[in-house]
Design a protein around this ligand. Structure first.
Ligand SMILES: *[C@@H]1O[C@H](CO)[C@@H](O)[C@H](O)[C@H]1NC(C)=O
Ligand SMILES: *[C@@H]1O[C@H](CO)[C@@H](O)[C@H](O)[C@H]1NC(C)=O
Length: 178
């Protein structure tokens, strides 16, 4: 029973963990190969700046397709990246701004493309979608897959699993004795 319970707990925590990354979040992982430009203006600097907030004005929405006719673009120069290192780039925005966001990495810049995506009978809303506040995060991936900010959560899950093992054995032994 304890095993089942710890398994249940594990799945619950895992779901929470994925919950953090689902919803209005777009994520890409990339490996920085060469570091071209270490100076110049930087919008994303590792490790000082973890977050960058921006507001993008979407293009008018095509009433047939329910999505902006073209993409609003912004390029953020990233500095302080190490060569041959994995990074995770995330864009997050509030659910009240229904949008599609594409992320890409071109070797020096994080490229953000935004489309507003909704239907409304209100023509002026379709022609002038409200500006979308977006938060951009860039962080190194530990072991090539684990974002630094998730490390504490993973540690908690590990502690729960490890600490539930003795209970599992106790229960199993009790069942055998019964
Ligand atoms: C970049 O900045 C560093 C320190 O701020 C300096 O030592 C270096 O010469 C600069 N490189 C270029 C190409 O300007
Ligand atoms: C990445 O995109 C930015 C902005 O469009 C551009 O200035 C930069 O030269 C590009 N970098 C590479 C390596 O193509």
């Amino acid at each position: 029973m304890s095993t089942a319970f710890s398994f249940f707990l594990f799945i619950t925590l895992l779901t929470c963990l994925f919950g953090l990354t689902l919803g209005n979040t777009e994520i890409i992982n990339f490996k920085s190969i060469h570091v071209y430009d270490r100076n110049g203006s930087c919008q994303l600097r590792i490790p000082d700046t973890v977050s960058q907030s921006l507001i993008l004005q979407p293009y008018p929405i095509d009433p047939e397709k329910g999505i902006s006719e073209s993409a609003s673009r912004v390029a953020l120069h990233a500095c302080g990246l190490k060569e041959n290192t994995w990074y995770q780039l995330r864009a997050s925005w509030p659910a009240v701004y229904p949008s599609e966001i594409d992320l890409a990495w071109n070797g020096t810049h994080a490229l953000v493309r935004l489309y507003a995506s909704f239907y409304s009978v209100d023509d002026s809303l379709m022609n002038h979608p409200p500006p979308v506040p977006i938060q951009i995060d860039l962080e190194p991936l530990t072991l090539g897959f684990l974002p630094s900010s998730l490390k504490p959560i993973v540690a908690v899950i590990a502690v729960i699993i490890i600490s539930s093992i003795p209970f599992a054995f106790l229960i199993l032994r009790k069942q055998k004795l019964d």
